[in-house]
Ligand binder design. Structure first.
Ligand SMILES: *[C@@H]1O[C@H](CO)[C@@H](O)[C@H](O)[C@H]1NC(C)=O
Ligand SMILES: *[C@@H]1O[C@H](CO)[C@@H](O)[C@H](O)[C@H]1NC(C)=O
Ligand SMILES: *[C@@H]1O[C@H](CO)[C@@H](O)[C@H](O)[C@H]1NC(C)=O
Ligand SMILES: *[C@@H]1O[C@H](CO)[C@@H](O)[C@H](O)[C@H]1NC(C)=O
Ligand SMILES: *[C@@H]1O[C@H](CO)[C@@H](O)[C@H](O)[C@H]1NC(C)=O
Ligand SMILES: *[C@@H]1O[C@H](CO)[C@@H](O)[C@H](O)[C@H]1NC(C)=O
Ligand SMILES: *[C@@H]1O[C@H](CO)[C@@H](O)[C@H](O)[C@H]1NC(C)=O
Ligand SMILES: *[C@@H]1O[C@H](CO)[C@@H](O)[C@H](O)[C@H]1NC(C)=O
Length: 359
């Protein structure tokens, strides 16, 4: 009797000690990783206006909010770095979250030469970021010109630099801008958010052929986060379940077994648009450094990396990767729709902003 009680007490003490040690180690370890990240050899020689020194108070805040998450993720963050994402910055946005509370960072991956696409988004759903009371930011993510752009490359690059001087909302990194490199572009989004905007509450990644009802999305995100039973790190979007790799060598999505040996992808969010907490973005970034890159960005970030990091995925039926009718009414209580032309995006936005809109 007495002996077994002592054994129980001893076992209990060992258990508590072990947990405290693990917790301390993980916090320390993650802090080291984050510090190392900000010291990576990014070329910050361009005209950067933001303070690139690390913000310790925001890091502390992040740990306060996410200790449980970070502790649970320890195994995935202890893996070796296999995907360092150490591309140089060619153009930096002047957008920053330093010393300011930010609710949403709107991140748009877009082809380097899609000037009109950026212009349309600035005039429509992206303009949400121009109202300071919304505490939102808008950043476009592009890569470097492909080698074959040859003679006109210098001209094109000058044009992009000019656009950046005018709007200050472009991040250009030194990887080749191509469809096959979209996963690299998505990691560049997560890295930039992690380095310059890690205190943001929420992050949206949305393609340029989408319409997004941003105010509606922000309400939904606040609703999710006010439910304290939910984890701090989550992604919402249109959940894709039990998808299979395309093995047809003629398909645009052909994925040989050498790239993905399994028969079924992990569940993931349609890449057309997904939103997450700032904490999820930091965790997914740290995890992406440790998960071999896979060319389909949605499966890579919200499938493979989210699964490794145990970041929760929530399906929300108000996201759609299909095309909703081109009208303000089809977006009034919805978040996203896909495959719109520039004219259609302008039309939906005009409808939706009309105070007399009747549905
Ligand atoms: C960092 O960048 C500087 C300047 O571009 C370069 O001289 C140096 O070798 C780089 N260091 C590493 C570790 O890559
Ligand atoms: C940085 O600023 C200097 C002087 O204002 C300017 O000459 C240079 O072109 C700028 N560089 C970039 C990459 O914007
Ligand atoms: C900015 O947003 C606030 C709060 O949503 C709103 O009340 C205000 O009318 C907006 N201002 C403009 C210029 O749109
Ligand atoms: C240069 O940029 C402007 C917008 O910034 C765009 O309208 C124009 O098409 C671009 N020109 C070329 C040749 O790329
Ligand atoms: C960024 O640059 C643009 C264009 O030069 C300017 O309109 C904007 O006010 C700047 N934003 C910040 C935060 O400095
Ligand atoms: C992707 O980017 C890398 C780094 O710039 C480059 O080496 C590679 O050729 C690119 N791949 C494609 C398919 O564009
Ligand atoms: C979309 O949002 C509306 C308004 O909040 C809600 O009533 C509806 O249930 C949502 N639809 C889905 C499929 O989640
Ligand atoms: C949201 O989209 C769905 C599907 O496109 C549509 O059936 C529904 O009417 C939309 N909701 C509103 C309030 O427009």
């Amino acid at each position: 009797m007495v002996k077994s009680t002592w054994i129980k007490i001893a076992l209990g003490a060992v258990f508590v000690l072990l947990n405290v040690t693990l917790f301390m180690q993980s916090k320390h370890f993650v802090l080291e990783v984050l510090l190392a990240q900000t010291a990576t050899n990014k070329s910050l020689s361009t005209n950067v206006t933001q303070d690139t020194s690390i913000d310790h108070s925001s890091l502390d805040r992040m740990f306060d909010q996410s200790n449980s998450v970070v502790t649970n993720e320890k195994p995935s963050l202890r893996k070796p770095i296999v995907n360092p994402h150490d591309f140089k910055y060619l153009i930096q946005p002047n957008v920053t979250c330093a010393n300011e509370e930010v609710t949403l960072v709107i991140c748009v991956p877009i082809a380097y030469n899609n000037y009109e696409g950026r212009s349309v988004i600035r005039k429509t759903w992206g303009s949400y970021a121009y109202n300071t009371s919304n505490k939102a930011r808008l950043v476009f993510f592009i890569g470097n010109l492909p080698p074959e752009s040859g003679k006109s490359a210098a001209f094109t690059q000058r044009n992009i630099t000019e656009e950046s001087l005018q709007y200050g909302d472009i991040l250009q990194e030194d990887y080749v801008d191509s469809y096959r490199n979209l996963s690299i572009k998505s990691v560049s989004i997560l890295q930039w958010v992690n380095m310059f905007c890690s205190t943001t509450k929420f992050v949206l990644k949305a393609d340029d052929d989408m319409y997004i009802n941003i105010p509606f999305l922000v309400n939904v995100l606040h609703e999710y986060s006010s439910d304290k039973s939910r984890p701090k790190a989550y992604v919402i979007g249109s959940l894709q379940v039990n998808a299979h790799p395309n093995r047809d060598s003629n398909s645009k999505w052909y994925t040989p077994t050498s790239m993905f040996p399994g028969n079924t992808y992990p569940n993931y969010m349609s890449g057309t648009a997904y939103a997450m907490t700032g904490i999820a973005a930091s965790l997914l970034y740290q995890t992406s450094l440790r998960v071999p890159i896979f060319w389909l960005e949605d499966i890579y970030i919200t499938g493979l990396c989210a699964k490794t990091a145990s970041v929760q995925l929530y399906d929300n039926g108000n996201f759609s990767y299909g095309k909703r009718a081109v009208s303000g009414c089809s977006f009034k209580s919805n978040i996203s729709g896909h495959r719109y032309t520039h004219q259609e995006i302008l039309q939906i936005h005009k409808d939706l902003c009309d105070p007399n809109l009747k549905c």
